[in-house]
Design a protein around this ligand. Structure first.
Ligand code: SF4
Length: 658
């Protein structure tokens, strides 16, 4: 099965797996309308031609015979095929009964338009704030953490900014080579090119270590203590940026009191890191790798947000933020706290308000002004009280307090660490609607299953981990009777009496730019233009030399008045940043579950594997023990680069198509 390159139409799109947000072309055979391969272009997107194996081969599921081809309705205990009319009628007639005991889970892989509309449906039509998205691992969006300190949990700088301007980078508790592969590759290149001092802190060996100036191995689960301990050491050695702290930070005195008894020796005892290593890391971070405080460079911190999905996970965020704030590394080029969300559109799901305590734009639901503004725009009333999180919804379903749920593009039965509990909870519901591409373990429990489109069959926007909003074009017609998620929600809202006049996702995006201030003024044309790091405010576009001539670069949203893509250059959403007092636990949490997401995932599997295990090439790469053992040997991004070199040839038509 081969396809000549000249018979293929290249449709611009964005990878739908991880939150790096690589730009790609979907190559479609004109005669058959089938996706034949994925390619990437030089000078296009942040990835600039690089793609990992998931990006190159993660399209093969589109033609899977296992795809849902029509709606299913449960009749006499069995899921049987139904028409769309029947399915929509079933939902529209049954759901209203459950107002007051309804919950919804959005999809981190769905587009911004779909998640926005889903939120509007849940809050406006079903009149509840019981909405969350599955962040992976069966967790909902954390309420505490960077949001307490800065007022938002978004990564503060852009990837390119860190690569170009950082003096040192600390990567903690995260195997970026498999969670965010192209970012890891770029970081590795930047370390060599810009002499960045890379510190890799991990309880287990990770490939990125081979490029590090300093590797520290700490006790599992002690990330928060390590970060806070290093911050305390920096304070005790007078390496704090006093001017920055007095101007931009509050709570410093209380924070100092909370670290008064912390010494390198007790940090060492808790974390297992030697005192010498602690002092060395503190020195590298505080000086940005120069070793000279008078000549310091910026320092950045990277970690996967999954690291915070553990008991008291917010302490990891507090520790990272404390380090950055004390050293004046927030709101500056090359600095920042880059808490990386995992799925391709996790950031977008937060921006669209898919959390029980957040409205679109990351406003809190109990913020009266923001809520009434939204109420008048949507023409509905919104409950001022936060709703239930994903975990709370599961508990409520189990106890019978929640009677109905709608799950769009999520598979909590398989993503959760306690599948049996989630299965029992969902089975206990009176009515469950699941919208997905495959009949997942979650969908098997549903009363109505709706077939959804793949990313290649729809258009819309994704927002990557660095807040970059990018546009994906529809490349092929929908398979079977599948319908894009936004189309399904539109039909259900209309069937339930809420008139919506969206003709396409562009109409929804236009509404988003009116509702969500951080997206205001952005047009689809902006997203497709060249070389702009930010173009939100016309005439004040912030240009970085690094992105000149780069095509399809999207737009990084920002709150900065001058359009600078670096957040908090002048102020924080809460005014001054809040240092949170240190809690040093001696009884460390069991982080084994969390490490399954941050340290142990496979390059060839994403999330629950619903999509990737239906891509034969990825499946065979995953099953290939040699590939796995090369990872264990610490070849690092070589594992990415190996397939990458092959795939570069593949992408330029030099290799036979698989
Ligand atoms: Fe896709 Fe992430 Fe790989 Fe890029 S690094 S190709 S976004 S999975």
């Amino acid at each position: 099965d081969t396809a000549r390159a000249w018979f293929l139409t290249h449709v611009p799109s964005v990878c739908s797996f991880c939150s790096v947000g690589c730009s790609m072309d979907i190559n479609v055979e004109q005669e058959t309308g089938r996706v034949k391969r994925i390619t990437s272009n030089q000078d296009t997107g942040f990835n600039n031609q690089l793609l990992c194996a998931r990006g190159f081969f993660g399209f093969e599921f589109i033609e899977s015979r296992e795809r849902l081809s029509s709606p299913l309705i449960r009749r006499d205990g069995e899921l049987v095929e139904a028409s769309w009319d029947e399915a929509i009628k079933e939902i529209a007639s049954r759901l209203p009964v459950y107002k007051g005991s309804f919950g919804a889970i959005a999809g981190a892989h769905c587009t911004n338009e779909e998640n926005y509309l889903f939120g509007k449906f849940v809050r406006g039509v079903m009149q509840t704030n019981n909405i969350d998205y599955d962040t992976g691992g069966g967790y909902g969006v954390p309420e505490k953490g960077l949001r307490d300190v800065f007022g938002s949990d978004a990564p503060t700088n852009s990837f390119l900014d860190v690569m170009e301007n950082a003096g040192s980078v600390l990567v903690i508790g995260s195997n970026l080579d498999v969670t965010h592969p192209v970012l890891a590759y770029k970081l590795q290149t930047a370390v060599r090119r810009h002499q960045i001092k890379l510190i890799v802190a991990s309880p287990r060996q990770v490939p990125l270590e081979q490029f590090a100036s300093k590797v520290i191995r700490y006790r599992e689960g002690s990330e928060a203590e390590l970060l806070q301990g290093i911050a305390a050491i920096i304070a005790s050695r007078s390496q704090v940026d006093d001017g920055y702290v007095s101007e931009r930070v509050e709570g410093y005195e209380e924070w100092l009191n909370s670290v008064s008894t912390i010494t390198p020796s007790n940090v060492s005892r808790i974390t297992g890191v030697s005192e010498v290593d602690l002092l060395e890391v503190a020195d590298i971070y505080a000086t940005g790798g120069t070793g000279d405080l008078n000549n310091k460079r910026p320092s950045a911190i990277f970690y996967s947000t999954s690291l915070t999905h553990q008991p008291n996970g917010e302490l990891v965020d507090y520790g990272a933020a404390a380090l950055a704030l004390l050293t004046g590394n927030i709101g500056v080029p090359g600095g920042g706290v880059m808490a990386l969300k995992m799925a391709n559109n996790s950031q977008g799901a937060v921006d669209m308000g898919c959390a029980p305590f957040l409205l679109p734009g990351e406003f809190r639901v109990d913020d009266d002004e923001a809520r009434s503004r939204l109420e008048s725009m949507w023409g509905v009333e919104i409950d001022p009280n936060p709703g239930m999180s994903l975990e709370q919804m599961i508990d409520a379903a189990l106890s019978g307090d929640l009677k109905a749920m709608y799950i769009m593009g999520a598979n909590p039965v398989e993503s959760s660490y306690d599948s049996d509990k989630v299965r029992a909870a969902l089975s206990n519901l009176s009515f469950l609607v699941v919208q997905d591409i495959f009949l997942t373990e979650t969908a098997k429990l549903a009363d109505v299953v709706l077939p959804a489109c793949s990313w290649a069959e729809k258009e819309g926007t994704y927002t990557s981990a660095e807040r970059r909003i990018q546009y994906l074009h529809k490349a092929i017609p929908a398979r079977g009777l599948s319908v894009a998620d936004w189309g399904v929600i539109t039909q259900i809202m209309q069937a339930m009496g809420y008139e919506v006049g969206y003709r396409n996702p562009k109409d929804i995006f236009a509404e988003i730019t009116r509702v969500v201030p951080r997206y205001s003024g952005i047009t689809i044309e902006d997203l497709e233009s060249e070389g702009k790091e930010i173009s939100r405010r016309p005439g004040k576009a912030y240009r970085s030399v690094a992105v000149d001539n780069i095509k399809r670069h999207g737009v990084i949203w920002t709150d900065a008045p001058d359009g600078n893509p670096i957040l908090y250059t002048q102020t924080f959403p809460i005014g001054k940043a809040k240092l949170m007092p240190v809690v040093m636990r001696t009884d460390l949490p069991d982080a084994a579950q969390v490490y399954k997401e941050t340290l142990e995932p496979s390059l060839y599997v994403q999330g629950t594997g619903t999509i990737t295990r239906r891509c034969p090439t990825l499946k065979s790469l995953h099953d290939n023990k040699a590939a796995d053992s090369s990872l264990e040997r610490g070849r690092g991004v070589g594992v990415v680069r190996g397939p990458h070199l092959e795939m570069s040839g593949y992408s330029t038509g030099q290799l036979t198509e698989i």
